[in-house]
Design a protein around this ligand. Structure first.
Ligand SMILES: *Cc1c(COP(=O)(O)O)cnc(C)c1O
Length: 372
């Protein structure tokens, strides 16, 4: 067999590789929880909340069941309810908008910037000028932080709060600040494929205002202020001890994992340079968390099929903008959002990708361009 035909497929995500890389520590952490007899909201969750708050540089963190709940409970803590308008983008995972509609609010869509594929501050300004927006939810998609300095300044001017969607941005920086430390609150997901991933569902709300985070802490457990007594109507969205213990192991490995992602991203940039392919960047003054390596080409579907035929599997995040999905359809014109959805392709970048994989992917991309 040639080296080529014996090559294993390159997957678009590989959460098992993240587990295997830390297997002994994770197995020990899970066993510790199983033997402790505490399975929900115990010492592991408390320790993870403290450690994640310290890593991020915020006053407080509340662990919740998943990233969508983190967004939903954060919106509720910020006072968003039925009839309110929340400004966000449609070039995101459905979850961002699902959280907004779950609290009875309406998404007010903001188009994205072509270069970054993130919320366009100029478009946000027009939406805010329309009035009635209670919260802005910028989404730090692919691991690149939005232009938070401008977005927060605009929001402040309109008396609007900011909730950062940090589900893809653990470790991203903009203007010297970590994503998740600048807005009024920030929502994180620990879905297994995120830069910081559990081996199941998990999420967290972070913030500099401990009282706001405390409100999330109440809302995640029926609204209880003390056991069996609800101060307000909440729900159940608890983080469990097993996932928190796993997250503590992975948090200690997060900076190294992000550095590895950055080195693979730099290798992609070097080997793809000069091709008529739009490559991602961190943007001015930014540090990218490289959750995805999202390139753009007008012939995306053809490139994706060419790579898939060579067992290189690429994800498209996200092929249908939220405002065009049947469950969330909205009559709004978002030309840059539509263009990105048609052109974007994520080249494999995760804990299971090696430098040789990157070289192999880049050679295949070059072969695709060479064939015309
Ligand atoms: C993953 C993700 C979410 C939702 O997180 P879940 O844990 O799957 O609920 C929200 N926003 C963005 C941008 C995400 O990538």
């Amino acid at each position: 067999m040639t080296a080529e035909s014996s090559r294993r497929p390159i997957l678009s995500a590989a959460p098992k590789a993240e587990y295997l890389a830390a297997r002994a520590e994770i197995d020990a952490a899970v066993r510790r929880v199983l033997e402790s007899g505490r399975y929900i909201l115990g010492p592991e969750v408390e320790a993870f909340e403290r450690e994640f708050a310290a890593w991020l540089g915020v006053a407080a963190v509340a662990g919740v069941a998943n990233g969508t709940d983190a967004l939903e409970l954060a919106l509720r803590a910020l006072g968003v309810g039925p009839g309110d308008r929340v400004a966000t983008v449609a070039h995101t995972v459905t979850a961002t908008v699902a959280a907004i509609t779950a609290v009875g609010a309406q998404p007010a869509y903001v188009d994205i910037e072509s270069e970054s594929m993130l919320m366009d501050p100029a478009a946000l300004e027009r939406v805010l000028a329309g009035g009635g927006v209670k919260v802005v939810v910028p989404v730090h998609l692919y691991g690149r932080a939005c232009d938070l300095p401008r977005i927060v300044a605009l929001a402040r001017r309109h008396g609007t709060k900011v909730l950062e969607d940090c589900a893809q941005a653990h470790g991203a920086l903009v203007g010297g600040a970590k994503a998740g430390t600048v807005g009024d609150l920030a929502a994180f997901s620990f879905y297994p494929t995120k830069n910081l991933g559990a081996l199941g569902d998990g999420g967290a709300v972070a913030g500099q205002d401990a009282a706001l985070v405390d409100r999330v802490r109440r809302l995640r457990q029926y609204g209880w202020s003390e056991r069996y007594v609800s101060e307000e109507a909440g729900r159940n969205s608890r983080l469990d001890e097993v996932q928190a213990a796993i997250l503590r192991v992975q948090l200690a490995r997060l900076d190294a994992g992000n550095a590895r992602r950055a080195s693979l991203a730099a290798r992609y940039a070097e080997r793809l340079a000069g091709l008529p392919l739009r490559l991602p960047s961190a943007g001015p003054g930014g540090v990218h968390a490289w959750h995805q390596y999202a390139v753009r080409t007008a012939r995306r579907d053809d490139l994706r099929a060419f790579l898939a035929a060579r067992e290189i599997h690429c994800a498209v995040l996200y092929p249908v903008p939220v405002h065009r999905q049947p469950g969330f359809r909205a009559d709004v014109n978002l030309p840059e959002t539509d263009r990105a959805a048609a052109e974007v392709l994520s080249l494999p970048l995760h804990g299971g990708v090696t430098e040789s994989d990157v070289d192999h992917v880049c050679a295949a991309v070059r072969a695709w361009f060479a064939k015309g």
